[in-house]
Design a protein around this ligand. Sequence first.
Ligand SMILES: Cc1cc2nc3c(=O)[nH]c(=O)nc-3n(C[C@H](O)[C@H](O)[C@H](O)COP(=O)(O)OP(=O)(O)OC[C@H]3O[C@@H](n4cnc5c(N)ncnc54)[C@H](O)[C@@H]3O)c2cc1C
Length: 479
Amino acid sequence: MKNSSSSSHSPIHVIGGGLAGSEAAWQIASAGVPVILHEMRGVRGTDAHKTDSLAELVCSNSFRSDDATSNAVGVIHAEMRMAGSLIMACADKHQVPAGGALAVDRDGFSDAVTQTIEANPLITVVREEISGLPPKEWDLAVIATGPLTAPGLAAAIQAETGADSLAFFDAIAPIVYRESINMDVCWYQSRYDKVGPGGTGKDYINCPMDEAQYNAFVDALIAGDTVGFKEWEGTPYFDGCLPIEVMAERGRETLRHGPMKPMGLTNAHNPTVKAYAVVQLRQDNALGTLYNMVGFQTKLKYGAQAEIFRLIPGLENAEFARLGGLHRNTYINSPTLLDRSLTLKSRPGLRFAGQITGCEGYVESASVGLMVGRFAAAERKGEPVLLPPDTTALGSLLNHITGGHIVNDEEPGKRSFQPMNINFGLFPELEPGSIQRPEGVKRFRGKDKTIMKRQLIAKRALKDCAEWLGVAPAMAESA
Ligand SMILES: Cc1cc2nc3c(=O)[nH]c(=O)nc-3n(C[C@H](O)[C@H](O)[C@H](O)COP(=O)(O)OP(=O)(O)OC[C@H]3O[C@@H](n4cnc5c(N)ncnc54)[C@H](O)[C@@H]3O)c2cc1C
């Protein structure tokens, strides 16, 4: 074991050396605080990892779009680079050609992360499984054990937070940008105009279908290409949470009596004609920019989802902030359990990072590790914990995980928080009047406005991130 006595601070313990844990350890050490990084691979494997390297990419080798001017993933890349991210530095160094995406040589990438971490005099890597909550002597600790957290630790987290607070599978319904829904076809109404706690009686967006449209939709669902479960995942669904295409296969009428039932709903555009079936979308974030398709968890392939869901009247031009899925995934109910600095409310000093917090994806997991590392190091040094502004990609993701997602009040007790990737729907709106037709441009269509909006949000994010980090704005330009 290395000697980390070159720092006057006592160490922070990070459990899990994946994307999030490696980045957290790097950020803590970069702040001059020693870290003990506990990684079980080498002693015990997971069902998905194949190597003992830190930050192994378990599936694709892509970090997705690297366009920081108009793509939310590209913006978070740029912010992470500004914050001195190890994950981004190693990804950049081991990039392979992939058009506008940042893809990496997976072995080169994770070897580079492993070597850099192991060479850092402030970081000690211990290969061991941690099978309970950190002992009290570890006054500052981070749990970054990911979607495949080992069972002993998962059980301990569950015992601390409550049985319903830890999920072992996600069941993600597609999420649609509100601005892409055609309200000339759809209307706002809660079933039977029920107001419910915190509601208005108009809390859902409803998309009507006639009989022919419904039948065509059911046929398309049944014919759609699906992704299979991996053998170790088992078949996680139960009757309360069936994929939409499985419901369609069980009988032509199943959906009409389930998530697509038309009862208690009157089409505001055509009150005399009863819809044969209705797809409902529920507001998903406090900003009101994202709506999720109620009951539409699915194993359909992404391409098939977009095509089939655009058959729904009112969603012809739907843009999806995320598509649906069902995966083995261990994650906590962060909006209720964590404070804004990702500390477990019931255990001061214990933070969570990575996919276990309910973010989704390599980049997002690493970005939450980056934030947690900075927060924990500041706490250790007795400095203020400075949160990123909400207008940044980091801040928007943090905000969503720790409270931006709105709880489903209609079904109290039923968790509605599902993993989320970074997307423009998580960012706060621009100041009114920010989107102006550029001089000399005659036709300025909805699509042009959306592009301009994204560019302005991206620019604002990079500027505010540079300010938060105290780096020169020029760095934002080149990040
Ligand atoms: C099968 C699968 C495929 C995925 N594919 C993609 C994809 O293609 N693209 C994408 O963007 N995202 C993908 N994800 C989602 C997610 O981005 C990755 O899982 C990502 O690695 C999460 O980062 P993390 O740091 O939170 O967890 P991980 O990278 O999984 O790191 C967690 C680490 O903790 C260790 N650990 C677990 N329990 C303990 C313990 N008790 N004690 C000590 N160590 C422990 C593990 O060995 C692991 O190294 C996938 C997820 C899964 C499960």
